[in-house]
Write a protein that binds this ligand. Structure first.
Ligand code: PEP
Length: 259
């Protein structure tokens, strides 16, 4: 069964104390959203404390990145095993900031996906085109390349443990949100790729999230668009009211859909 997901990517924000306070302040409200999977991806230093606050709750915990190796001379890096030992079930991989600020190539992201799945972490695989790529009509080609590479190591059984996030680079942190039609078109294309590589029923069971300037003011129209199964949220996930409101919007949407 496909899950609807609301995930917060805190990027390099919130120290240990701020992170604790944030979660304590909104935990009760988040636990009221019973239809959706909520995931929080804080900074590494806050992971373990947040794990302590979230354990025995259905709220998921994720890292924002990891290395493709288990251990070694990789100063400044973190392994998937380390994320798991801090309580993570998820890890964001291939975020556009990793790709375009830190120069991570498709192959490296593919190796991370492979490693995450091998050790039992669920990867949230991010794909998305830059503005110039959209403007030159390459959106679908870029998404296909990124998906083909990341999924080249993923079996039909393993894809069930993956989440895909479509995050157009031009919409991340810019305040420019994709229209529901633009997001839907990309999501449908990803779903089609999944159906071709695996099967239609498998493709239909995978959560495809939209990310890029999601706020409580645009979440309702986006979540109603075909093939959008939730959100990966940066800026708005740092604001207590906003994050809770977006979770409520998605939860309410599901309640109405099912009634
Ligand atoms: C992100 O960083 O994944 C993201 C979608 O950021 P924002 O919501 O701030 O655009």
């Amino acid at each position: 069964m496909k899950q609807y997901i609301v995930a917060g990517n805190w990027k390099m924000h919130k120290d240990v104390q701020e992170a604790n306070l944030f979660v304590l302040n909104i935990l009760k409200d988040l636990l009221n959203q019973k239809k959706i999977q909520i995931i929080i991806c804080p900074s590494y230093t806050a992971l373990f404390n947040i794990h302590e606050l979230l354990k025995n709750t259905p709220i998921g915990l994720g890292g924002q990145n990891m290395h493709s190796q288990s251990k070694g001379a990789f100063t400044g890096e973190i392994s998937g095993e380390m994320l798991m030992s801090a309580g993570c079930q998820y890890v964001i991989l291939g975020h556009s900031e990793r790709r375009h600020v830190f120069g991570e190539a498709d192959d490296f992201i593919r190796d991370k996906v492979k490693q995450a799945l091998a050790i039992g972490l669920k990867p949230i695989i991010c794909v998305g085109e830059k503005l110039d790529e959209r403007q030159s009509g390459q959106t679908l080609e870029v998404i296909r390349r990124q998906c083909d590479s990341a999924l080249s190591v993923v079996t039909e059984h393993e894809i069930q443990h993956c989440v895909i996030a479509y995050e157009p680079v031009w919409a991340i942190g810019t305040g420019v949100v994709a229209t529901p039609e633009q997001a839907s078109e990309a999501h449908a294309m990803i779903r089609k790729l999944l159906a071709t590589k695996y099967s239609k029923s498998t493709a239909d069971s995978i959560s495809i999230l939209y990310g890029g300037s999601v706020k409580s003011s645009n979440a309702a129209s986006l979540i109603q668009a075909p093939d959008i199964d939730g959100f990966l949220i940066g800026g708005a996930s740092l604001l207590e009211d906003e994050f809770v409101k977006i979770a409520e919007i998605v939860d309410e949407y599901l309640k109405q859909k099912e009634s």
